[in-house]
Ligand binder design. Structure first.
Ligand code: FMN
Length: 222
């Protein structure tokens, strides 16, 4: 993607024990700000050898145009398969189509609410509803601030149904030097929930110098 490198994606190694499951993830992109999370996620999943099935809302077309130089075709080309938002006959609309689960990144409050209350008005929210009913992993990278009680209640409802709400909140203990570092770390934490290791730095990781940071802190306290 122009302006963003994919260094992180080059280091991705799929976990061997994931080989038995169909290596296929549904990716939904809705109209919250942060479409870079979707592009990086698709790049990393491709590097990880995971088949991606993409559905994009019309509002995400607006954020794509506002936030990137990508065309709709460029975005779709990052996935293995992509579907029109209105195609409720698509494979991902049925639980019989096996997947590891679904990630909605970023997830708008509108899509969050539809998913939370089982209102499956388009293919993205239908696919998310299917993911919940099949008891598969559903990750919603919900993005809004500040949050109203309506948003918070929807997050509770989706969590009670087995979904995971994972907002894109940066960590600073990794000492990010760029927007890429922040995006890569957030995507990595998301993919941890699918047991896909992107090789991103972790707390306690000697190679990344994070263990040294902790040791230094403990030394100061002593
Ligand atoms: C540039 C831009 C940024 C937006 N950012 C957010 C956001 O961060 N969170 C959100 O819930 N909605 C955001 N919206 C509004 C959503 O796009 C709008 O609610 C839309 O109806 C969501 O539809 P969807 O869930 O079908 O994508 C944004 C809209 C635009 C144009």
């Amino acid at each position: 993607m122009p302006g963003h490198d994919a260094r992180q994606a080059d280091t991705v190694t799929p976990r061997p024990d994931a080989a038995t499951a169909p290596r296929r993830i549904v990716v939904g992109v809705s109209g919250a700000t942060g479409i870079v999370y979707a592009t990086r996620l698709l790049e990393v999943l491709r590097q990880a050898g995971t088949e991606t099935h993409l559905v994009i809302t019309p509002a995400a077309g607006m954020t794509r145009a506002c936030e990137t130089d990508l065309s709709a075709e460029d975005l779709r080309a990052l996935a293995d398969v992509s579907y029109p938002i209105g195609d409720l006959t698509a494979p991902i609309s049925s639980g019989s189509f096996q997947t590891m689960g679904m990630i909605v990144a970023p997830c708008s409050m509108r899509s969050l609410a539809e998913i939370a209350y089982g209102m499956t008005g388009n293919l993205l929210t239908r696919a998310a509803d299917v993911t919940l009913k099949e008891r598969r992993r559903l990750l919603l990278m919900a993005r809004e601030t500040p949050l109203s009680m309506t948003h918070l209640r929807a997050m509770i409802a989706v969590t009670e149904s087995g979904g995971i709400v994972a907002p894109p909140v940066p960590a600073f203990y990794t000492r990010p030097e760029s927007l890429d570092d922040i995006v890569n770390h957030t995507v990595a934490r998301l993919l941890d929930l699918f047991d896909i290791d992107t090789g991103a730095p972790r707390w306690g990781d000697e190679a990344a110098g994070l263990a040294a940071t902790r040791a230094e802190h403990n030394g100061r306290k002593a």
